[in-house]
Write a protein that binds this ligand. Structure first.
Ligand SMILES: NC(=O)c1ccc[n+]([C@@H]2O[C@H](COP(=O)([O-])OP(=O)(O)OC[C@H]3O[C@@H](n4cnc5c(N)ncnc54)[C@H](O)[C@@H]3O)[C@@H](O)[C@H]2O)c1
Length: 286
């Protein structure tokens, strides 16, 4: 079969590890030059080297997506290197560690969670990473997409929007905003032949879970993830490749008549209703 992304250029933010890395590997094998935009230089360089070995050229560009100036520079560097950009995969996201010294704690030393313990500085960091950065990445690539009357945007939200596995108003709120962004941009950019879709991942094994499961000893985290997978109808946790495969579909011509869709890639967890507490037994609430 002919490669699906021959001569395309993709920016994959958050491409150093996890789903973004798996996407870079897959895209490269399909003829797509990739730019890995990430803060994690060591892993980002590894991803770029491995992706290059799979067929096309990939480069790492250090980019903190919470800084619009770095986003602009990253897109400029992409265009300088490859001539244009056709695809944006927005995978950067997750939890930003909170300053332990100022964090309110329970008597037993566990951190206090819940909306009443929200810290403004931390909230801004979470929102900038999980929402604002993606708006500004779209801002910078869309002029190229419009000019060539072709572009694909895939943004990673979270099934946690519908089924919060525990309280994290900042994270889940920002991921819900991604859904609004996808719907808005699909409507706005459709006439320019730009497809905009999103993915709602369920639990996927990746470094994303390291801070979330930090209360569990590292050697037991894999088993904890497997338990989580048993709560999905399909009976297993997802792998980064499960998300990468859907990114490929949404960025190829196989899905050229699909835009403005949020796809649940969550082992059968439904996205059609608010259903808290189905994952992780609801987690700890207070
Ligand atoms: N793993 C899951 O179960 C899961 C579930 C739902 C949603 N998600 C979302 O999926 C996306 C990918 O997560 P993953 O599972 O691959 O985890 P991951 O931690 O492997 O990937 C996230 C990437 O984002 C990068 N990143 C973090 N802050 C950044 C910044 N300021 N600028 C640029 N890059 C930054 C990290 O270095 C990392 O490479 C994230 O948006 C996450 O919120 C993950």
């Amino acid at each position: 079969m002919k490669p699906l992304l021959t001569d395309k250029v993709a920016i994959i933010n958050g491409g150093a590890t996890g789903m973004g890395r798996a996407t870079a590997y897959l895209f490269s094998g399909e003829g797509c030059n990739c730019v890995i935009a990430d803060v994690n230089e060591e892993e980002g360089r590894k991803t770029a080297a491995e992706a290059t070995g799979r067929g096309s050229e990939a480069i790492f560009v250090k980019c903190d997506i919470t800084d619009p100036k770095q986003i602009k520079d990253c897109v400029n560097e992409t265009v300088k290197k490859f001539g244009t950009v056709h695809i944006l995969v927005g995978s950067a996201g997750g939890s930003v560690p909170r300053d332990a010294s100022t964090r309110p704690r329970n008597a037993d030393g566990t951190p206090r969670i819940g909306v009443e313990h929200t810290d403004e500085k931390h909230f801004d960091m979470m929102t900038n990473l999980n929402y604002k950065g993606h708006v500004f990445f779209c801002k910078e690539v869309v002029p190229y997409f419009k000019k060539q009357k072709y572009g694909k945007i895939v943004l990673i939200s979270s099934m946690g929007v519908y089924h919060p596995p525990g309280p994290s108003a900042d994270y889940h709120g920002a991921k819900a905003a991604i859904i609004g962004l996808v719907y808005n941009l699909a409507y706005e950019l459709g006439p320019s032949n730009i497809n905009v879709n999103g993915i709602l991942p369920g639990p996927v094994k990746s470094p994303f879970w390291d801070p979330v499961l930090s209360h569990i000893p590292p050697e037991k985290r894999s088993a904890a993830m497997d338990e989580l997978g048993k709560q999905c109808p399909i009976g297993r946790v997802g792998q980064p490749e499960d998300i990468a495969n859907v990114c490929l579909f949404l960025c190829s011509e196989m899905s050229s008549y699909i835009t403005g869709q949020m796809l649940s890639v969550a082992g059968g967890i439904p996205m059609d209703r608010y259903q808290p507490g189905v994952l992780m037994g609801g987690g700890r609430r207070g």
